[in-house]
Write a protein that binds this ligand. Sequence first.
Ligand SMILES: Cc1cc2nc3c(=O)[nH]c(=O)nc-3n(C[C@H](O)[C@H](O)[C@H](O)COP(=O)(O)OP(=O)(O)OC[C@H]3O[C@@H](n4cnc5c(N)ncnc54)[C@H](O)[C@@H]3O)c2cc1C
Length: 832
Amino acid sequence: MKTHVKALVVGGGAVGTSIAYHLARAGWEDVMLLERDELTSGSTWHAAGLLPYFNMSYATTHIHDYSIKFYKTLEEETGLNAGFSVVGNLRIAQTQARMDEYMVYATTAETCDVPYEWLSPAQIKERYPLVRSEDLVGAIYHPTDGYINPADVTMAMAKGARQRGVEIVRKWQADAYHWTGDHWDVTCTKMVEKGGNLVPSDEQIVIHAEHVVTATGNHPQRTANLLGIKIPAIPVEHQFIVTEPDPALVEWRKENGEHPVLRDADAKWYVREERGGWILGPYERNAPARFEYGVPDSFRADLFPLDLERIEEEYMSMIHRIPSSETVGLKDDFNGPICYTPDGNPLVGPAPGLRNMWLAEGFSFGITAAGGTGYYLAQMMVEGEAEIDMASLDPKRYGSWMTTEYAARKNEEAYEHVYILHHPDEERPACRPLRTAPAYDRQKALGAQFGCVNGWERPNYYGPLDAPETFDHDARSFRRGAWWQYAVEEAKAVREGVGLIDATAFTKHVVKGPGATQFLDWFTCNTLPKVGRINLTYALTDHGTTRTEYTIVRLGEDEYYLVSAGAWTAYDADYLRKAAADKAAEFGYIEIQDVTTQWGVFAIAGPKSRDVLNEIVKDADPALVLSNKRFPWLSMRDIELGMCPVRAIRVAYTGELGWELHHPIEMQTYLWDQLMAAGAKHDMKLVGARAQNWLRQEKSYRAFGNELGRDATPLEADLPRFIDLSKEFHGKAAMEKTGVRSKCCTVLIDGLADADPWGREALYYGETRVGRLTSGGYSVAFGKSIGMGYVTPDLAVPGTRLRVKMFDQFWDAEIVEDSPYDPKNEVIRKDG
Ligand SMILES: Cc1cc2nc3c(=O)[nH]c(=O)nc-3n(C[C@H](O)[C@H](O)[C@H](O)COP(=O)(O)OP(=O)(O)OC[C@H]3O[C@@H](n4cnc5c(N)ncnc54)[C@H](O)[C@@H]3O)c2cc1C
């Protein structure tokens, strides 16, 4: 057994094995895979092996796509048959809303080249006479996926890994991790059998590993404790049952092929054939979280007792859908731990605060995701970045505010929601409200319907004052939901009058100290602002793509206030801190403070915003304090609004005359009351995040996580005006070398009368797919749908006529000049 390795992968389930395989395939020698028991003895052995393509996320669809294609190649490489049955996957719809979901998904699938077909109820019946279809609206069919044997595919990957030089060590457990400043010393204990349990022996060794990956399945809480970090992955019970052979099915199979995997999402289950019978896998209500504080030694490749009562509803609905299954008995059952995270996506990427430590935890579709995770994580580790943006899977999307109780309850919710309609405007209810700014109660009393960003409650829109509790739930749709009209009114108010937006969730950092200026000059691509001024800028990855967007405010010669997206506080903090630590020796001491929770933010915007502020601003010369002369666009001033000291920043994400009012959080309700009283005189309207999202698209303002991410450079995002090519900065050479593979543009769309794009739709030029939308919405300025996205550079010119695929139809779109609303920034600079 080696004691010095380049990479130690901890955990021999499907995920860890794939990572070890792909690290070796990417060229790393000395890779070791460590497993405390036997390979596949975690969740992998009892998985049903389904490999569904269907996923609403672009990154995850790519991961699943890679797995499905990769698994098909394994037999040729290793000689081991992984038992891949390419039977296809039929998702049936009981309602039009479900068909809408499939159509929204289908256009995303097209952007990833995933094939699909539509089937009518009659076609379903014709192809699969055992399936009741008269009460269905239709179905989407994926011909290229199916199911696999989870243990066999893991063993095939293990063989492939060994062939590529990976050492696989079983019955050794990683028990302590120590970072020496250069590598990890991982203390490992030999595990022995004792009375059926697996227990640590006295035999230990220390493995010296340059990189460590944890893929510990149901053990993430133990891993988190050993690493001194938080990992919001906690398993939930998941069951499936296997029936005795169904005579009708046995008869059918004499002349016909196997049924595809059937998914009746409205009934919350999947069904597939198994030796003449059926496997039913429900995603039922009330499946409990398990192992919140760790897995007991006595739990090995074990299962929980079946809870048939919990899945009765789903069982009955299977009988309704496949009537022949009514008379067949149960043959087998599985109730095992399946790991979840609060949003259902796994946690893949660098661990918070640690060097060369990579997490691959929290997989609920781990058989489907293993191949792609191994591939893309190996790219991140070996090459520095993956070819797709892995941010939506990053372990740091949850901050230190996350607790065990939160993770457990949210994970139960994520499990239950697997088959609940995935409305893009969905806001899930569990564990809320949790992070509230002081004005929350006031906003709620005024009709705010909240969304949740990084745990913060943030108004999405303001609905009716007397709205029932279910208002927002009932307002959701794949088309224009009942909230849409409220957002239209709010967007109009900003364009025509004045609106007040709560932006408290913004991430805020202070960077200061003797090394701060040189550091930020290297860390970000735009020229640093002068004292009292602000700049929009980007921190790049090693590959020259966008890691973070910052509004930088220069408070002093060596003191800066950085504002970035609210969803990404821990993600941004980690990158900033690690980069500063790396550069302190070169540039001098750099202090980084995360001040997110110390500052509230209100954004006031609209032609009348200055009039509202003038009502309450205190200054020796109140008539001038907010004028262009004293307070020009893109500058910062400390002002006083009533008795509240405010760090006011003259920018507006809506593209109107406006200010961001950063204020001490403890004075928030005071400031709110002042603004509301002053605003009442000018018909100020409260505005939520949805209207703001539309308005920023009219100005072509890119959003992080949409247009901006680790798969495109700022040049590809078409932001040359924010890049100072005369200076050296991190990622510059890589950015220039990459060139422009595709380019960001804004489109106005002659679309449906009852729907707007969500920002995930395929873009066509004639019959050819040329790109995809990354944002979408409605433009009040132009009275039609709007979107932003990426197309091939030759087409990214104003006037190009494109087509957007929405709801299975093509809609005309035209690329417009950036910032179609107020292209010369006249209204934003208005004096007064
Ligand atoms: C009933 C059921 C049905 C399922 N069906 C499907 C399906 O159809 N399709 C699908 O995609 N997914 C399915 N899943 C989910 C799937 O099983 C998991 O997502 C997947 O197995 C996770 O793989 P993993 O490698 O992350 O974890 P695991 O398979 O649990 O492997 C983790 C390994 O790490 C080892 N380990 C932990 N700590 C240490 C340590 N300190 N040192 C050394 N080793 C350690 C463990 O012993 C274990 O072997 C199902 C799950 C259940 C419960």
